[in-house]
Design a protein around this ligand. Structure first.
Ligand code: SAM
Length: 416
């Protein structure tokens, strides 16, 4: 097969899609709307065809020169060669497609708004690097476990690139190979730089490896997985601070996170909400502003270290620390469903909150707010609530510029 396809759409997952002459759709990983691509080897299915080999026949006018030399190779930013305007249009369409096709929603706005905040470069406050067995440090190539060494990362805070450079100066690859992952995280309220390092083996460190860890600790906070360290701190709307332990979850993009938390708080105020159960709470990114605004509630999170940091932050800021509960989201919601809170707020990981749906229906809150980083699993969960809940509003947030990833804040109201 050697055909020219006209790509006209981006689909959830980030690939380009073309409509083929035989009525099927064609998927092209790495192609953008407006591209004409010459397709070689394909994988075929009754209703779709996937291009396994393709080349660019005529580039889309929305293509730009990417601001990173490794954009085509590193799996981190697969939309970097697409203009920012086209990225935003693409994200709006991904969220709408998922909610319509998978979620079965028919009352969607014509265009799902996408909020941006801050810059599209230097936005990442954390970067988790892989280290291979030879001590090379980098990110995986798209759709593979092949390591791409990165000298710098333009979408990360410049201090992260400085740490990368310094790490390579201080450590030989054979010593770096002690670890399989290193997360570099920077925080505005300190400690300014923290390294979380996951060892490759269980064995005790060699003298050389211990010496390196000590040397690194002279410059930054350095914590091996399983050990504890000082919480890093970020400012949140409402004048509260978020405290996050080494290795604990924190949103990647602080300007956009701030816009997201502000949007949630505005939604809570608009709807006159006074009580909440929050699931997947992390270290209290939403909980602490909710408490500061005077709401009553419970926040559930299964990572013990995150919950302990949330409690420390609450105590230090004269807020109630017994709000934070360590446990599984579905199990805790079943236990805490009565009396029904005004709001159940969920911010699940990528695979969604399928397990929580029965307990959510039993709890029967007036409002449900989902914050989700995968539009397809969000749509699946919304669909399973749709007999009892209707769409109230949906806004997307460009938390991850230059990638196909998008965060969505979606409100559901109980049907009367
Ligand atoms: C996307 S993060 C959101 C955290 C927080 N809302 C924030 O904005 O920082 C999802 C969180 O859910 C937690 N988690 C995952 N599965 C869980 C479960 N079954 N029960 C409770 N928490 C869970 C993870 O540890 C992680 O902290």
């Amino acid at each position: 097969m050697s055909e020219i396809w006209q790509v006209d759409q981006l689909i959830p997952g980030g690939d380009g899609m073309a409509r083929l002459a035989d009525g099927r759709v064609g998927f092209v990983a790495g192609a953008f709307p407006g591209d004409r691509v010459k397709v070689g080897r394909v994988a075929e299915h009754k209703s779709w065809v996937r291009a396994e080999e393709w080349s660019l026949h005529e580039p889309s006018p929305a293509r730009v020169s990417p601001p990173c030399a490794l954009a085509g190779e590193c799996g981190g930013c697969e939309w970097m060669a697409l203009s920012r305007t086209a990225q935003i249009v693409g994200k709006s369409s991904l969220v709408r497609q998922a909610l319509r096709r998978t979620g079965g929603l028919t009352d969607l706005p014509e265009t799902v708004p996408v909020r941006t905040a801050g810059g599209d470069l230097g936005y990442r406050n954390r970067l988790r690097l892989h280290v291979d067995a030879s001590g090379h440090l980098g990110l995986f190539a798209r759709g593979s476990h092949r390591l791409v060494e990165i000298p710098a990362c333009p979408v990360s805070d410049p201090r992260i690139t400085e740490v990368l450079t310094r790490l390579r100066q201080l450590a030989t690859p054979s010593v770096l190979a002690r670890w399989q992952e290193i997360e570099i995280r920077v925080a505005p309220l300190g400690p300014p730089v923290s390294l979380w390092m996951l060892p490759r083996h269980e064995r005790a460190p060699s003298a050389e490896e211990s010496a390196l860890a000590k040397r690194l600790a002279q410059e930054w906070q350095v914590v091996e997985a399983g050990a504890s360290g000082e919480d890093q701190r970020w400012p949140l709307p409402g004048g509260v601070e978020l405290w996050v332990p080494p290795g604990g979850f924190v949103q990647v993009n602080w300007s956009v996170d701030t816009a997201l938390v502000e949007a949630l708080m505005a939604g809570v105020k608009e709807r006159g909400i006074e009580s909440f159960v929050e699931l997947y709470a992390g270290s209290g990114n939403f909980t602490l502003p909710l408490l500061r605004a005077g709401l009553r509630g419970v926040a559930v999170e299964h990572a013990g270290a995150s919950i302990r940091a949330a409690r420390r932050a609450a105590r230090a800021q004269q807020l109630s620390d017994d709000v934070f509960v360590s446990g599984d989201a579905a199990r805790e919601l079943r236990r805490r469903a009565k009396p029904a809170p005004d709001l159940v707020l969920l911010d699940p990981p990528r695979d969604g909150a399928r397990d929580v749906v029965p307990a959510l229906l039993a709890a029967s809150p007036r409002w449900v707010a989902f914050c989700a980083c995968d539009p397809v699993t969000l749509a699946r969960d919304v669909k399973s609530l749709s007999k009892a809940y209707a769409l109230d509003s949906v806004v997307a947030f460009d938390m991850f510029p230059h990638t196909h990833h998008v965060e969505t804040l979606l409100w559901l109201r109980q049907r009367s």
